[in-house]
Design a protein around this ligand. Sequence first.
Ligand SMILES: Nc1ncnc2c1ncn2[C@@H]1O[C@H](COP(=O)(O)OP(=O)(O)OP(=O)(O)O)[C@@H](O)[C@H]1O
Length: 611
Amino acid sequence: MSFGSESGLERARKRRRSNETIMKNGEKEKEINIQVVVRCRGRIDREIAANSPVIIKTTPREIYVRQPPADKAYTFDRVYGPDADQARIFDHIVIPILHEVKAGYNCTLFAYGQTSTGKTYTMEGDLNTIDGLISKEAGIIPRTLFSLFRDLEADAQDFSVKVSYIELYNEDLKDLLSSVDDPRKLKIQDEGTKKGILTGHEEVLVKNANDGIRVLKQGSIKRHASQTNYNKNSSRSHSVFSITVHIKETMPDGEDLLKVGKLNLVDLAGSECIGRSGAENNRAKEAGNINKSLLTLGRCINALNERCLHIPFRESKLTRLLQDSLGGKTKTCIIATISPAKISYDETISTLDYAHRAKNIRNKPVANQRVTKKALIKEYISEIERLKMDLLATREKNGCFMTNESYQALMDENQSRKDEIEELRKVNESLMVQVQELRKDQVMLESLRNELANQYTKMQVYQAKIDDQISSLVTETEGHVNSQNQAISACQNIVKEKTDKEVRCLKEHKVMLNKIIEEENSKSIKMKEELLTNISKYLNNFTNVQTASLKNSFGKVYDSIKENTRLEANITALEGMMTSNTRYFNDLKEIAFKTGQKKLVDSQQNFQLKR
Ligand SMILES: Nc1ncnc2c1ncn2[C@@H]1O[C@H](COP(=O)(O)OP(=O)(O)OP(=O)(O)O)[C@@H](O)[C@H]1O
C-alpha cells in the first residue's frame, strides 16, 4: 500500500480547502454516482464437482456472461476476476474511500451477491493475525483497521476510533419483535438464542486495530452460532461494521477543531431470495423465506433509479439504517460478488442487473461539519437558553407552554410517533393474520396429534403380534438347529470311521509296495550283470575279427607299397633315358641349324654375283 510522499492528512486538508472554496462560491453540492464494482471469484469445489463450466469473462471494466448465441455484456466502474487478491481489492477500492473518511466524510461499502459468492470473504476474510500482522487472506475490515491506525498514528495529532457491529436477520420477525429503532440503544444480548432481533454492539472505543478485529470476531462468531442454531440458511442475515473516526486538529489561532468521518462496511444477506426487478419471486415466497430488507433495498434502488418522489427507505430496518448511503450525503460503493460457474447463471444475471441499476443512483456527499470547542459551547448555551424560555413560559402562563421552535420539534416528533404507530398497526394486522393462520395450523396439528396417537396404539398392537411371531420363530429355529447339530455329529463319526479304515489300507499297501520294489530291484541287478557279461563277450569276438581283417588289409597295403617302389625305379630309369634322348635331339637340331645357315649365305652370294 503506498501513500506517496504527501501525507493522507495533507491530502485531506487540500480536499477540504477545495470543498470550502466550492461552498464559499455558493456552488451546488456536487452529485456523484454510486461506485459499483464487480468481483468474480474462481470456481469452488462444489462447482468443480458438479462439472459446471466457467461462463464469465472479465476485462478491467467489462464483464461478459456466456449465453449462446451472444454473450451478455455489462460495464461497471471496475471489474475484478479470480486473479484479484485481497490486497488488490483493498488498495484499489478501499484506500480512496479511507482518504474520504479521514477527510470527514461518511462512506459506505456494501457487499452484495448470491450466497457463497464471496461477500464475507471480501469483507472479513481471514481475521487471524500472526505476530500482529494480518494474513494474506485478510479482507477489507481487518485491512481497513490496520491501515487506518497506521495512518492516524503517523499523521494525526489526536484521534479516537470507535467501532460497532450490528446484525440484522430475519427482518420480518425482527420487525414484529423489536420496538427499538436505533441500534445504538440496544442491549447486547445473546444473539444465538434471540430469534429475529436486531443485535449488536454499541459503539466501542478501540485503541488499536486488534481491538477492532476482536469486536468483529465476537460479532462474527455469534452470527455464525445464531445462524446454525436458528436458520441453516447462512445468507439470511446482514451485518454492518461501522468505524467512526474523530480527528482533532489545532488551528493556527490555537482553536481545536473536531473532524468526524464514518465508514459503514455492510455484508448483506445472500441475494438469491430477490427477483430481478427487486420483487419477491415465487421460490422465495413458497419457502416463506422472503428477506424483506433486501427486497426493500432493491425497491429503493429502483425508485432512486427512476427518480421517484417516494423512496421506501422506512419499510425496512436495513434501508432505514443505510438511507443516507443511498441518494444521501454519503459516498457509497457497492461490491457485487458473483460466481463464474454456469449453475449460478440466473443468480449471476440477477446480481449484475441489480448492480447495474445501482450505478445510476446519485449521492451528494457532504463532509461532516467540523466543530470547534467554541461552537460546541455556543450550541449548548443556546440549548440552555431555549430550555430556560420554555420553563419561563410554562411558569408565567401557569400551564404547558413552549417556544414555537420547541413546539415545532414536538410536532415533528409527534408526527414521527404517529408514523411509527401506523407502521406498528400494519405490523399488528399482519401479526393477527399470522396468529389466525397459526391457530388454524394449531387445530390441524391437534388432529394430526390424535391421528398419530391412534397410529401409535395400532403400532403397539402390531408390535406385540410381531414379537409373538418372532419368539415362535426363534423356538422353531432352535429345534432345527439342534437336529442339524445331531446329524452333523453322526456324519462326523462316519467320516472318522471311514478315514481310519482308509489309513489302515494305505499302510498295508505301503508294505506290499516296498516288498515289490525290493524284488524288482534284485531282478534288475541280475539282468544288468548278465547284460554286461554278454556285452563283454561280444566285444571280444568283435575285436578278434577286426584284428584279423586289419592284419589282412595291412599285408595287402604292404604288397602294393612294394610294387610301387619297383615302379618308381623303372620310372627313374625311363626319365634318365628321356634326358639323354632330349640332349641328343638338341645336338641334332643344332647341327641341322648350322647346316641350314651356310646354305642360305651361299645362295645369297650366288644371287648377287648373278646380278
Ligand atoms: N475471491 C475469492 N478467492 C478465493 N476464495 C473465495 C473468494 N471468494 C469466495 N471464496 C470462497 O468461497 C466460499 C464462499 O465465500 P463466502 O462465505 O465469503 O460467501 P458469502 O457470499 O459470504 O456466502 P453467504 O451469503 O452464505 O454468507 C468460501 O469458502 C470462500 O473462502
